[in-house]
Design a protein around this ligand. Sequence first.
Ligand code: G6P
Length: 619
Amino acid sequence: MCGIIGYAGRDEAAPVLLDGLERLEYRGYDSAGLALFDRGGALALVRASGKLAALRGRLLEEMEQGLDAHGTVGLGHTRWATHGAPTEPNAHPHRSMRGTYTVVHNGIIENYAVLRRELEGKGVVFASETDTEVIAQLLEQTDTGSPLETLRKALPRLEGSYALGVLYHTDPETVYCARRQSPLLAAKIETDEGTAGTLLASDAAALLPYSREVYRLEDGELGALRADGMRFYGMDGTEHFLQPMVFSRHVTAADKGGYVHFMRKEIDEQPEALRRTLAPLLQKDGLFLGQGEAALRDPDGIRRVLFLGCGSAYHAGLVGAALMEKLTGIPSAAELASEFRGRKPRLDRHCLAVVISQSGETADTLAALRIAKEQGARVLGVVNVEGSSIAQESGCVIPTQAGLEVAVATTKAYSTQLSVLYALATRLAELRGDAGPGFLREFTQALRRLPGQAAAALHTSEGTVRDWAAECQQAQHTYFLGRQLDYCAAAEAALKLKEISYIHAEAYPAGELKHGTISLIEPGTPVLAVCCQPEVAAKTRSNMEEAHARGAALYCITAEGIPHAALAAERRLVLPGTHALLTASLAALPAQLFAYHCAALKKCDIDQPRSLAKSVTVE
Ligand code: G6P
């Protein structure tokens, strides 16, 4: 969730920290702050509620009023509130009562209330409502004069998750850090004259502009970063020598490329992202999943397939499960990672767990992955961010090649997840002999055509859905219907709309409508049906009629060749003809555009919707 950046180097820290925060802002954007040692070794602390621009403004103001923020060592943080409203006192960094320790934190301290009571009993006065301040105060109360030793003594008292950046009042040259469950990475800035600085971050996006070599702290590790290098330790004090992960690309600053919003740009990038993702999988002589092949070894031994993810990744899993069962006959299901982890699932080596995540850092998805591994399931990651925790821990990964996705509401990452899942289900069906050569040839060809059809679908649907958006933008409630794969597409379409336009949107399997929800449909209520599957089109059509009879304003996304295209809906969008099993992919595109235009007309903050974050690293 929250973004952490730390710097110890030779250059001015403030611009480096602000630049890092800019790259991390998608992780949370309700308040931000930075702390750095000035040239005299005193701590300068600046925080502001609201977006990063507010922090930049505050820093300038305070410097004009005499604040010395010229220093070369410091920490920055962008927050997504968990404990305490997004006010300035609750913004990080948090300083202990006497200023001994200053802390930024990502994660949740589950026993913070108990610790707070205990510390208050000792006379500690708190300045915020956050769980994080407990850490700063606890460190001060435990202080031995050695920050590393203090961390080793104090951290075992914390329950929950943390990635920490820590400054110590008498050591203005060092950024200390520690990790449990929440991701934390470090990198060196190398020059011809040797190491010129070190960086700490919660996400590789903030480090890759400086170095392709990134060091990942493991749970229970601590570190000390200085301008000339960094050292890591275990909780027992032994030094750990970490091996860097070498990333394949340098990340440049995200650029809107002339678009008003990243989301709109990312919608248009989908055909190319699909092409990039599918290219290595669709080889000349057939499908080949690269690393993913290892998960399919002994294909007849796979008796259950689980798709695990959160948010849109879960919706991708719904498509994956429907398709997997259709093509292979293996019992398959998608599970919300947050629910899955709370049960005691029984898995074994006959279960294939497909773990889907754009960021590769979603806390619940990571926990689900670990459970699947512990239970002996085969694990396959479908991950967009190289080197992320889920990519690392999955062991075997089929990467989605969506590239950097900045808008909080996912578009191109979701589409590429679907494309990988299509390839996966088809390949497994091929290996097991569940699908004949005719089907395989036809389906693989349809997959090859998908990027081009995505481009066509975007082109043909924009005008239509813009009109729909103009009609629906004032709606309070909307309903999305579909059956089977169309329902999966409807679920993602509803999520997109509510995420960015704040219009209440609910998706229903069309047949379920009459079991309650239909009573909510009043004259004029927008109902959008996805009707692209020939097998169920007649039934969906009946459900649309039922909604129509109650006065719903009916909209329909359908596909070429659907016999029941003469649907009750006056507003109809016909997608280019593709293989029926691939229409969920194309239907996502007008749905994204519809959500985008509703949000644009309502003047919503499209790329950073209220209360959301792109990477959800708390449970
Ligand atoms: C957040 C994002 C969603 C995303 C979900 C899962 O809620 O806003 O767009 O689908 O997390 O994220 P992941 O990175 O695991 O795909």
